[in-house]
Design a protein around this ligand. Structure first.
Ligand SMILES: *[C@@H]1O[C@H](CO)[C@@H](O)[C@H](O)[C@H]1NC(C)=O
Ligand SMILES: *[C@@H]1O[C@H](CO)[C@@H](O)[C@H](O)[C@H]1NC(C)=O
Ligand SMILES: *[C@@H]1O[C@H](CO)[C@@H](O)[C@H](O)[C@H]1NC(C)=O
Ligand SMILES: *[C@@H]1O[C@H](CO)[C@@H](O)[C@H](O)[C@H]1NC(C)=O
Ligand SMILES: [Zn+2]
Ligand SMILES: [Zn+2]
Length: 528
């Protein structure tokens, strides 16, 4: 298997796009060639797919890439190349890609769930040490780093002294034969490959240390980087949660895993155990409750519909496959579930029941929505039945018959001007208040009085056990659900935390996708 890493592609086309950008950006906002290549390298800008010389990044696509990069790093997503953003290009970090870019040929999930090792006993070997950190010390620190991860996947690690181990650790500099050369001192300090490759490479041009003093800013702490790279070698991807170990930028000290890291490990290594246990205990009950059991659907093999198969002839439309859970957001409007992905919308009358005629392009549904809105990430239904689409600091309000009524500004919701966009908005059925979420915090707005409630914003951590940022929050049949990546949670308003048997996989439960054993968990626990 080809390791999933970045491909460095610099061509003369980049020069052209920068020249084009100059006419629109103010001078200090023009990204340099190095900055453009950074954004491509880490997955924020699409790589060129073919040799089409017309290909160029527009100022809009560069601004969008900057926003993604800023929000991944935990900066406010302005889309402008300010001083703080420029610092990101220089910071020490891991060389692995942050975002797996979609290629037309092969759609991938937004949250990459790479594979694990498919076994619990994993071997490792330290091939050499660095010029500043002897091999014996590297071995000790590796053992400590592996011990941080082991309990969360039920894993055992065994060190080998010779022969090929699953995870091979080495120090190398510049070009070292894997197609991903290191860059000398600073910036990229290490990279690692997911299973079944498993190699961990540390840049030998760094000054590696063992718990260096804070003043020794040029010394990179081996343990902190090793814990992160072990995550990759076990199959973890980067996280935008700053407190997580899988955050791509170097930060010290690393003391323990964050819940986000632990969730990832459970997904990779514990899901199977849960499946097996649950399958045995619940197969019977699934079969006996036919009305709740997974039905054969569009996505089932024996009756393949063309939208389910993206290798097929439908390239002209290129409708995404909902079963890959790559949607931008979901919302309940007029008691139906609307699912948005790219320029498409699906309407579901009930779980798994796609309304006839869908998906449609959302521009054909939301009449009057400006064409420059190419993706819907935030939408909600107001209490008066109007539907509001947010984009940047603006919103567009539609009648219940999906005709544009007016355009407004976020300031009408009393959202402070520093907030450049909202990520999720929903109307709670509990108190009839509108919750406006921006990544890690939220406000509560009273539409009846057009006023912001006191004491806001609050941290998203108030929704206990719900990881954030969330992609969507909906009220469905009286319950509050949060969606993030391929999973969703049901919030228990009484216990004020997520129900303990969540998260569950979104595609298999909400969309007509092939059933997995997780559904059994859903059927047996979540009575309608
Ligand atoms: C460490 O081992 C790797 C792999 O064999 C090799 O490429 C690299 O040059 C070695 N580094 C040092 C500093 O000896
Ligand atoms: C760190 O490295 C930079 C560039 O090599 C050098 O200018 C600086 O003095 C070094 N800092 C320390 C504390 O050694
Ligand atoms: C398979 O799809 C066709 C139309 O595409 C439909 O007429 C037929 O009833 C479907 N069969 C099953 C078993 O769902
Ligand atoms: C919320 O609004 C609905 C419809 O207007 C109303 O029936 C309900 O009583 C309200 N709930 C609260 C808590 O005010
Ligand atoms: Zn990394
Ligand atoms: Zn390498």
């Amino acid at each position: 298997m080809e390791p999933r890493k970045y491909v460095l592609l610099i061509s003369i086309v980049i020069g052209c796009s920068v020249a084009t950008a100059k006419t629109i950006f103010v001078e200090e906002d023009v990204p340099s060639i190095e900055e453009i290549s950074f954004m491509k390298k880490y997955g924020y800008l699409p790589e060129k797919q073919d040799d089409n010389m017309d290909f160029a990044y527009t100022p809009h696509s560069i601004a969008e890439a900057l926003k993604k990069m800023q929000s991944f790093a935990g900066l406010s997503p302005t889309g402008h190349l300010d001083a703080e953003t420029r610092k990101l290009f220089k910071r020490r970090r891991c060389g692995v890609k942050d975002i797996e870019t979609k290629s037309a040929a092969h759609r991938r999930r937004r949250y990459i769930l790479q594979q694990g090792w498919g076994k619990k006993a994993i071997t490792y070997r330290v091939l050499n040490g660095s010029s500043t950190l002897e091999r014996a010390r590297v071995e000790t620190l590796m053992a400590a780093g592996l011990a941080v991860w082991a309990p969360h996947g039920g894993l055992q690690f065994e060190q080998l002294d010779h022969g090929k181990a699953d995870i091979q650790v080495s120090f190398a500099s510049k070009d070292h034969g894997d197609g991903f050369p290191f860059d000398g001192p600073g910036h990229v300090v290490a990279h690692a490959f997911p299973p079944p490759h498993g190699a961990m490479h540390f840049d030998d041009d760094e000054l590696w240390g063992d718990n260096p003093d804070e003043e020794d800013e040029n010394i990179t702490d081996f343990f902190a980087v090793a814990v992160h790279e072990i995550g990759h070698a076990l199959g973890m991807s980067h996280s935008n949660v700053k407190a997580s170990v899988m955050y791509p930028y170097y930060q010290v000290p690393v003391e323990k895993l964050h819940e986000d890291d632990i969730l990832g490990m459970q997904e990779l290594y514990l899901k199977e155990d849960v499946h097996e246990a649950l399958l045995e205990s619940t197969e019977q009950s699934v079969a006996s409750r036919s009305s709740l059991a997974p039905r054969p659907t569009l996505a089932d093999d024996d009756n393949k519909s063309n939208e389910d198969n993206d290798d097929d002839e439908d390239d002209d439309n290129d409708v995404p496959d909902l079963c890959y859970t790559n949607y931008d957001t979901v919302q309940v409007i007029q008691d139906k579930l609307f699912v948005f992905e790219e320029e498409w919308v699906w309407v579901l009358t009930d779980r798994k029941q796609i309304m006839e005629g869908y998906p449609k392009r959302f521009h054909d549904v939301f009449i009057g929505l400006p064409k420059h809105i190419t993706v819907i990430r935030t939408i909600y239904e107001k209490q008066n039945g109007h539907i509001v689409v947010f984009s940047g600091r603006s919103f567009w309000e539609f009648s219940a018959r999906f005709r544009l009524v007016r355009r407004g500004r976020l300031s009408e919701y009393k959202i402070p001007p520093q907030v450049s966009e909202l990520t999720t908005v929903f109307l709670s059925n509990y108190n009839n208040k509108t919750y406006l979420i921006e990544y890690e915090r939220f406000w509560r707005f009273d539409d009846a009085t057009s006023s912001m409630d006191k004491g806001y914003p609050k941290e998203m951590s108030a929704w206990r056990q719900i990881p954030y940022p969330v992609d969507a929050a909906v009220i469905w049949k009286g319950d509050t659900f949060f969606f993030r990546g391929p999973r969703f949670w049901r919030f228990d308003n009484t216990a004020v935390r997520a129900h303990h048997y969540y998260p569950l996989p979104t595609a298999q439960i909400w969309f007509p996708c092939r059933a997995t054993p997780d559904m059994a968990r859903y059927v047996t626990n979540d009575e309608p």
